[in-house]
Design a protein around this ligand. Sequence first.
Ligand SMILES: Cc1cc2nc3c(=O)[nH]c(=O)nc-3n(C[C@H](O)[C@H](O)[C@H](O)COP(=O)(O)O)c2cc1C
Length: 734
Amino acid sequence: MLRRLHGLPGVVLALGLTVVAVTGAVLSLQPALDRATAPMVPAGTSVAGLAAQVAARHPGISAIRQRPDGSLTVAFDDGDARGVERVDPATGTGLGPYQVSETTRVITSLHRSFLAGDAGRAAAGLGALAMLALSVSGTLLLARRLGGAGALLRPIRGTPAQRWHGELGRLAVAGLVLSSLTGLWMSAGTFGFIPEAQGITSPVTASGGAPAPVGTLAALRSAPLAELRELSFPDPADPTDVFTLRTAAGETRIDAATGAALAFAPATTLEQINDLVRTLHTGRGAWLLGLLLGLASAAVPVLGATGIMLWARRRAARPRVAANAPARGADTVILVGSEGNSTWGFAGTLHAALTAAGHRVHIAAMNDVGTAHLAADRLLILTATYGEGYAPASAKSFLSRLARLPGRLPGRPPVAVLGFGDRNFPHFCRFAQEVADALETKGCPRLLPMKRVDRRSSQEFAQWGQDLGAVLGHDLTLSHVAEPPKTVPLMLAGRELYGEAVGTPVAILRFEAPRDPRTGAPGRLPSFEAGDLVGIVPPGDTMPRFYSLASSTRDGVLEICVRLREGGLCSTFLHALAPGGAINAFIRENPAFRPTEGRTPLILIGAGAGIGPLAGFVRANAAGRPMHLYWGGRSAASDFLYEHELAQHLAERRLTSLKTAFSRDVEGGAYVQDRIAADAPRLRELLKQGAQILVCGGRDMAEAVTRALEPVVRPLGLDLATLKSCGRYVEDVY
Ligand SMILES: Cc1cc2nc3c(=O)[nH]c(=O)nc-3n(C[C@H](O)[C@H](O)[C@H](O)COP(=O)(O)O)c2cc1C
């Protein structure tokens, strides 16, 4: 619901909101410029003093006005000359005609009405309302993603677009909420929804005597010039007319002959609110606030562009399901947890089969779970598992949303959970199990026991379909042919082999995009960062194997470190590949395994082929951010991967320190965890500076590293779970 409120409306309104925001940002510079150029009102000067000085030059003076930036202007009609002039508040001398530049006029009009009169004014008002809704819904979405309102300031991980959108959004949100609320109020005032100030309504009777010189009028002599808003002069042809003096305190009518105050109407609360709103919106009279609001507005185009990118990606990633029934009124709801989309394919097959059997079936992402889904007759959940047994992207917020629903309630639908995973991972379908347990705790009866599908097995899926059909009382044939991922061809450009002498052959393989066969022009690599995954489908198989990337697109090659596994189909294929040989590959982003932004130190820990992405992070560190690498191999002579490149990085300060451990070396064989334990004081110092730890390699190594790190972080009052939850301890483990 929140995403629906934020996503599509944001995309549709991006252009209009950008116009309002950019023009607002330009206008916000005006108060600061005015303040720099407007002469100051000297303390102790009275309204009468200035009025007398100006009236001596302009007999036809009709009004003196103090503008919000503090400058003073005079309106006059002297017969031969008329107009509005800026005046020096100290001497009353003229400073030239007052005029708003054509550019400012156009920008103001664009800002207020898109140059389209009343319809445009209404659109700008609705724009303010939309900006308010987008700011609030965006903040709630970010809080949800980071783990609650208390986590709103945590580092944001993800793709560059996600990070820019989140970082800029949270920096600008206060300014945008203030600008849109005050803009809404002013817009409501324009359309008469907020009553105008009435001022003095009862008739005022002037003495009718001959007008006295303005400088002698008592009520004007006692009014400080600094408080003046506007002084209107009486019509010289009408002896009963009076002066009208407006200040922040209210409105006073003054007798032109006696100088007495004839009537006074204090400013109402509504007028004071209107004044405050105007100041808060325009920054006039509060130039610094104006600049801050301007900066917040300047973020809007970037928020719009990154928002459109995120929306388009999410849309492209979500498979379309034909004839999806509305959630309300559906008898069966299918919720999907997927990262790489293959589970959506299975869910689509299930949706089609149930629909064909006469059910009204609604399908949605697990992240979108809501009360409407729980009103169905049955709930079917299909979810993958990722990382260390965690939720995939489309199910990240499912458990927290479920937990927010009130405790055990009657009337929950019966549930069947089907987990998709890979038996090679130690936490096979763990997330699916967690979901099944959480639903049981919530009081949802079991429609079927939880089942697991290993490596997208069509047979296991079909079997589950039969079980489901049996409880539904009809046949259910689920024949699903998994759609192969869309791959691109890449060619092996170079290889280096290490570790043969110590029984762990590891190859560094560098791939390039094939040249255009007609023109011979170099091909384009897909877009990726070090730490992302490349999926490679070995010949004769449909299941991709994933390898962590040691390079980014900017390096011009796709680089991976592959350890040869006994009987491993893909690693055997890759080790046998000769230069010029081709692979079919696709990129899977891995935004969870990236260095945080900024210059806080990084502690990189790995063993064996796990050095790949870590070497990639170091290579990209042209800015010389502190990076400390701990790496373990078997023998310095045989499998010291990237040895020369790392020495070069140390010399160039891309790498701050390197600690290696070789388990088979004669002089005191050691593992990477031994180096960590020995370096505890230094690591503590780095963690105190906010360091992030990135671990890459085999599962046993990662577990040993955790055991070594716990006693390192404990004296700091920290633990690895806390560091993990705020993105300061991330792993890429296989
Ligand atoms: C990086 C990565 C980590 C994975 N981690 C696990 C895991 O911990 N447990 C598991 O059972 N499956 C794991 N898998 C396997 C996926 O859950 C499985 O391939 C699933 O079918 C993917 O579904 P999807 O394409 O809809 O995301 C992992 C796959 C990848 C690529």
